[in-house]
Write a protein that binds this ligand. Structure first.
Ligand SMILES: CCCCCCCC/C=C\CCCCCCCC(=O)NCC(=O)O
Ligand SMILES: [Zn+2]
Ligand SMILES: [Zn+2]
Length: 530
């Protein structure tokens, strides 16, 4: 054929050859564009997700006690349960918080042992057991933590422990992370057991840790031990803090996405240090220990760890799930990730929050060097906090660090005591009843959102509960606009007042739904019934 076309011949043959040379690639390109457009036009919310959407809306707890609940929440926020490090907790605040919970929810803390028991663990953490009537059903666990990170008080526009309500928001340390969950779960539990008088079939547990922000070793780790010693070996699912209902987080998506953490990045503390020469600051060496480590840290920031985004990444599914809820341009991109994955990956690297989902992050957080202005110190150490992407081993990460630093004088050392490997991926999608239960409860309270899986970028207490279940989820029913991200662990942390109502509703719905064993899901309707 080729010989026929290229052989010297008639003008017509040359035209055909030329036409095929140009025309074929154009045809292929047109077919490709058409295929992408068809994918984008035909993308729609999967039936299983659609069917979980409620047919009605409105708040689910319709009693007149919201103001009272809000007052209790504010009272909880006023107690400064700050964790600085594992040996520096605010014990008097923790004691106060313990008394506060016991007096705020008397029905949960005694006198109703036929329904609920509460054990105080390691002095300040709480483990509640709500006994179900059907012992054949696997229990589940709801987790939260009552400690908060410290504040830079002078940087706040509001007193971080006053819990000021400005009409729309409540401002306080812990409003978002994580006292809304502590109080929301207990409010829902009290309502579920004593106002609605629900008869509990499936046993469940509530574990509230008091030191999550500094490792969780006294709180959640001990709660897990108590459960284990009681003979609890398996949980149907575990739900702890994590991702949230996000707005403006995914490019091209205007609809809020309720992101459920189905896995969690690893956690590594790495020291970068040098042992050099000390001396008089009037005759400094060419390269001081401080200079060497500064250069090393600067290179680690300039050459970040590699990024990963392909069809085996959870984030790939996040975006495929987002496709039906996107603008047309992004429908085109998210429904054709096989073609656009590199563009998407590069776009993700542009913002700190999305970049954190596709790579191991490198955060220099502490720097120790020097002790006197006219002494050149012989040592300097910087501490790097890595959050390890599931596609990398810690060995890969350290090797990359050493290569980037490229200086044999610099020691890169992992703190093996605190290292936590990335968590396994919990099932998600239509084949997971536990994920669907969660999705259904989310959609009942946030019907305007869609539910998608993600890899949690920060750590949670779930690391201590992994042995209990393969269904471990990290989700808090709070709204967060991407612009508000710096408020987490930052200044002017806040939660919308109406959102707190949704928090209580969500935990109540979850308790109701998890109790409907083998029942048909509520409100299921076929697409064409609407
Ligand atoms: C493809 C997905 C894009 C997602 C963009 C990421 C948005 C991040 C949203 C919410 C994060 C909320 C984290 C709050 C939990 C913090 C837990 C914590 O502080 N743990 C301690 C620690 O990690 O040090
Ligand atoms: Zn937290
Ligand atoms: Zn936190």
């Amino acid at each position: 054929m080729l010989a026929w076309l290229t052989a010297r011949g008639t003008k017509r043959r040359r035209w055909i050859a030329c036409g095929l040379g140009v025309g074929l690639p154009v045809l292929v390109l047109l077919a490709l564009v058409l295929a992408c457009l068809i994918n984008a036009w035909s993308v729609s919310e999967p039936d299983w997700h659609y069917q979980l959407r409620p047919s009605g809306s409105g708040h689910l707890i319709n009693d007149s006690l919201f103001e009272e609940r809000l007052g209790r929440f504010q009272a909880a926020l006023r107690i400064p349960t700050i964790s600085v490090d594992a040996r520096n907790l605010n014990e008097s605040a923790l004691e106060e918080f313990k008394n506060f919970l016991q007096t705020s929810f008397p029905r949960l803390h005694g006198g109703n042992e036929d329904k609920i028991t509460c054990e105080v663990v390691s002095n300040y953490s709480f483990l509640y057991e709500i006994k179900g009537s059907d012992e054949s059903l696997t229990p589940y666990l709801l987790a939260a933590h009552l400690d908060v990170v410290p504040v830079e008080e002078d940087k706040w526009n509001y007193d971080p422990f006053e819990a000021m309500k400005d009409g729309e928001y409540i401002y306080a340390r812990g409003a978002f992370d994580d006292k809304h969950a502590v109080m929301g779960i207990l409010e829902a539990l009290d309502y579920f057991l004593f106002t609605k008088n629900e008869s509990v079939k499936r046993t469940f547990y509530v574990g509230i840790g008091h030191d999550e922000e500094v490792s969780g070793r006294q709180g959640a780790a001990k709660i897990a031990e108590v459960l284990h010693n009681r003979g609890v070996k398996t949980m149907d699912f575990v739900l702890d803090e994590g991702f949230v209902v996000l707005t403006n987080a995914l490019p091209g998506v205007q609809v809020p996405v309720a992101l459920v953490g189905v896995s969690e990045k690893g956690y590594a503390e790495v020291s970068v240090s040098v042992d050099g020469v000390s001396g008089h600051s009037s005759m400094p060496p060419k390269e001081s220990a401080i200079g060497i480590i500064s250069k090393a840290v600067s290179r680690l920031e300039a050459y970040p760890q590699p990024h990963f985004f392909d069809s085996s990444s959870v984030e790939y599914t996040t975006l495929e799930t987002a496709a039906p809820h996107s603008s047309f341009l992004y429908k085109l991109i998210y429904s054709n990730l096989w073609l656009f994955k590199n563009i998407v990956s590069n776009q993700f690297l542009e913002s700190a929050s999305t970049a954190a989902t596709v790579r191991t992050t490198t955060a220099p957080t502490l720097f120790n060097a020097g002790y006197k202005i006219n002494v050149v110190p012989s040592t300097a150490t910087a501490y790097i906090n890595h959050r390890v992407h599931p596609k990398q081993t810690i060995e890969d990460v350290l090797e990359y660090d050493r290569e980037v630093i490229g200086d044999s004088r610099v020691n890169v050392t992992l703190n093996t005591d605190t290292y936590i490997r990335p968590h396994p991926i919990s099932p998600y999608g239509p084949d997971s009843p536990q994920y669907k239960l969660l999705a259904r409860s989310i959609l009942e309270v946030f019907p305007q959102s869609f539910v998608a899986p993600g890899t949690m970028i920060a750590t949670t207490d779930t690391k201590y509960y992994l042995n209990f279940s393969k269904n471990v989820y990290r989700f808090a029913p709070t709204f967060l606009d991407i612009e508000d991200m710096p408020r987490l662990h930052g200044h002017d942390e806040r939660i919308r007042v109406e959102n707190y109502r949704e928090v209580v509703d969500f935990f109540f719905r979850l308790m109701v739904n998890a109790n409907q064993v083998n029942a048909r899901p509520l409100h299921v309707h076929a697409r064409n019934e609407l």
